[in-house]
Design a protein around this ligand. Structure first.
Ligand SMILES: Nc1ncnc2c1ncn2[C@@H]1O[C@H](COP(=O)(O)OP(=O)(O)OP(=O)(O)O)[C@@H](O)[C@H]1O
Ligand SMILES: [Mg+2]
Length: 708
């Protein structure tokens, strides 16, 4: 029996006195150092003589050992409960990897009962593809002291299903440090793996899609650091990831345009706003093509930019097609204007030139006025050259088509070429022999060569040394779809090409787009008609021109002429002969000045002249004088009754009367409405008195059609 003292405190779980006498009490007994010992104490009341309760008789038994035993039993039970109710799988394996114990979750994960599992090895419930890695984990865990090793692998169920798990493996050792068994803890991560796989798949799909489109696609970090490009980017630029990643992409930009691109890109990065711009990118072949680039930011839930997406679409062909259409429309409208102006100018010049030459003929060479008249004639001839260029641009220039070999022709005008360019500029000729024959006017061909060569030399700059290369070659055009041709891609077939190349200043994009506009010039004294005339002539011959030029990198301009098919034959107009006097000439022209010049010139050379100021009057005059008229000089464009109609009327009156057609338009165009047998000759305006007389004389000497 123990007396109640400080070391023993009586604690009642209830205030109820009856309860406080409950046999189970909690005691604290510091001496036996059992913090909480259970005392089974059948308490007995001690009564006094009066029968009142005087005290309680308590006897305590030390139950520490029993309590500890019960504690360890409880802890084992709770461990077992934890083991079995854990949301992750736990398995114990022996050192050979054989499963000796597994919890319920583990059994669920592998889809097997504990009985089935215990003779198995973990390798048996692991996906075959993961077994090697799994085994490696055991090897590493076996030699580690206390580290746990982790792996993500697939468990294999008997029905073939797989479960992705995160496995943590550790070795349990005995007191001597010898490995006793392995403890492995697995957690189902299938859902996460599926999400990752779905993400990976969708990224893969996105990349496959990005790789399959013709656009260049790229992605950048919020800072602007580009970390991914699609396959087309590498194909087009011929670069590698290392070269262009981050900010390295600048290497494929045109240095002239790059500052604008960078400025826009930085503004977008700063503001987080999308942008769109057109700029050229250098391809693997070194040539630039224009691209339309769109950049958009991708934002997270908080509105922060997480990525930038960029696409660049090649718009070079589209741009060129647009330019070609614009240029063609421009060409057509300005050609009509230039043609009209030149035509009227030619009539005026015919008057000036004819009168001046007539006046000159009437003066002795010592007459002081002769010099003035000669100056007038010279100035008029220069003006006539200008109108010829304008007519050429309008596709209405005077020309006589001849079959010729381009290389031979260029060689023949070699002296002229050398004379036209400064000494510091070297001329290199690369003329291909035996080219197919082309059909062109030699004078116009010379105009083309000279214009191109002079432009090339001028591009090198005064006093500078440089090189101009004139080359000829043959080239087949297979499809009429190429956009680089101006005014448009010529019909498929064989073409003879004249290429003039220089290493001069080159052209900016802006200049390049205007060079064929009449009167466009970047030169102080340039008239801006050279290339306009080139284009007009080539266009007229159903050829085309191409221009390749970059600012500071020289230029190459090429003219394409259709090769004449071997089997095809064409006639050509003979040169006109010398003068011969006598006869009556009917001059039908609506321009009074032209009529006057023709009348004076012819009368001066012994002809009788009748005049009519339009077609109808011409027919009337002819009807009245048919028997005495030897030749008719007929203007093409007249009011009331034009040249064509007049000719028909004249022919109905006299089928064989020789008719000379005269026009400010070129012969081919002017005579296109006539049968070749109907005309005796063609006289281009403006003409000098002697040219007129020479044609009339030739026609009269050889009545009827003078062409062979
Ligand atoms: N080889 C070239 N290199 C650089 N620019 C050129 C070249 N050829 C032509 N150009 C540009 O095209 C413009 C027009 O050329 P075009 O021959 O029509 O006129 P121009 O040479 O200025 O005057 P002109 O009527 O006397 O020939 C030139 O002023 C020049 O700016
Ligand atoms: Mg020029």
């Amino acid at each position: 029996m123990v007396r109640w003292d400080d070391n023993m405190q009586f604690e009642s779980s209830s205030s109820n006195q009856e309860d406080s006498l409950n046999p189970e009490h909690k005691c604290r007994q510091t001496e036996v150092r059992v913090e909480e010992a259970m005392s089974k104490s059948p308490a007995e009341r001690v009564h006094n003589a009066a029968g009142e309760v005087e005290g309680v008789f308590v006897h305590s038994v030390d139950l520490t050992e029993q309590v500890e035993g019960r504690r360890s039993e409880e802890s084992e039970t709770s461990l077992k409960a934890i083991f079995n109710q854990a949301s992750f799988g736990i398995a114990e394996t022996d050192l050979t990897g054989r499963i000796v114990l597994a919890n319920r979750r583990y059994c669920e994960l592998v889809g097997r009962s504990l009985d089935e599992l215990t003779p198995m090895r973990t390798a048996d419930v692991t996906h075959p593809d993961d077994r090697e890695r799994d085994q490696e984990l055991y090897n590493r865990a076996a030699v580690s002291l206390d580290e746990a090793f982790v792996i993500e692998k697939r468990l294999l169920r008997p029905n073939g299903e797989t479960v992705w798990v995160h496995k943590s493996l550790s070795v349990v050792r005995d007191e001597q440090g010898q490995p006793k068994y392995f403890l492995c803890v697995v957690q189902d991560i299938t859902a996460r793996k599926q999400a990752e796989e779905a993400l990976r798949e969708s990224e893969q799909q996105l990349k496959t899609l990005a790789d399959s489109i013709p656009q260049l696609v790229w992605m950048a970090e919020p800072s602007g650091f580009v970390f991914w490009f699609n396959r087309r980017w590498y194909e087009y630029t011929g670069t590698s990831f290392d070269e262009v990643q981050g900010w390295g992409w600048q290497a494929v930009h045109d240095p002239e345009v790059l500052p604008r691109v960078l400025d826009l890109w930085r503004k977008s990065l700063h503001a987080g706003s999308p942008n769109e711009m057109e700029f050229p990118l250098r391809g693997a072949d070194g040539a630039f093509r224009r691209f339309l680039t769109r950049v958009i930011p991708l934002r997270d839930g908080h509105g922060n930019v997480t990525r930038w997406f960029g696409t660049s679409t090649d718009i070079e062909d589209q741009k060129r097609a647009e330019e070609a259409v614009r240029q063609k429309q421009n060409l057509e409208s300005t050609a009509v204007l230039a043609g009209g102006v030149a035509h009227d100018f030619n009539n005026l010049l015919t008057g000036v030139l004819g009168n001046a030459s007539l006046a000159l003929e009437g003066l002795s060479s010592s007459d002081p006025n002769a010099e003035y008249l000669r100056e007038i004639v010279q100035a008029t001839e220069r003006a006539a050259h200008l109108t010829r260029q304008m007519l050429a641009y309008a596709g209405k220039g005077s020309f006589i088509l001849k079959r010729l070999d381009l290389s031979t022709h260029v060689r023949e005008i070699g002296t002229l070429i050398h004379a036209a360019i400064p000494r510091q500029v070297a001329v290199e000729m690369a003329l291909t022999p035996d080219l197919p024959v082309i059909e062109a006017d030699p004078g116009q061909l010379q105009e083309i060569v000279m214009n191109l060569v002079i432009n090339a030399a001028e591009a090198i700059g005064e006093g500078r040394s440089g090189k101009v290369r004139v080359a000829t070659r043959c080239q087949n055009i297979l499809q009429a779809t190429e956009a680089r041709f101006i005014p448009e891609c010529p019909a498929p077939g064989a073409y003879v090409v004249l290429a003039v190349e220089d290493d001069g200043v080159g052209m900016t994009e802006d200049v390049r787009s205007k060079i064929f506009d009449p009167f466009f010039s970047t030169k102080f004294a340039g008239r801006g008609l050279g290339l306009s005339a080139v284009l007009g002539i080539v266009r007229r011959l159903r050829g085309a021109v191409t221009v390749e030029s970059e600012s500071g990198r020289g230029s190459r301009i090429q003219a394409y002429f259709a090769a004449v098919p071997r089997e095809e034959q064409t006639g050509q107009i003979n040169e006109l002969g010398l003068t011969e006097s006598g006869g009556v000439v009917l001059v039908v022209d609506d321009e009074e000045m032209v009529r006057g010049v023709a009348k004076h010139a012819l009368e001066h050379h012994g002809y009788s002249v009748l005049v009519a100021n339009d077609g109808r009057e011409g027919v009337e005059v002819f009807r009245e004088n048919a028997s005495r008229i030897n030749v008719v000089l007929l203007d093409l464009v007249m009011p009331v009754m034009g040249g064509e109609e007049t000719l028909q009327a004249l022919r109905s009156l006299h089928p064989n009367v020789p008719v000379i057609l005269s026009s400010g338009y070129d012969e081919t165009r002017a005579t296109s409405g006539f049968q070749s047998s109907q005309l005796s000759a063609f006289l281009q305006k403006p003409y000098t008195a002697s040219q007129l007389v020479s044609v009339v004389a030739r026609v009269l000497r050889k009545p009827g059609r003078i062409d062979s």
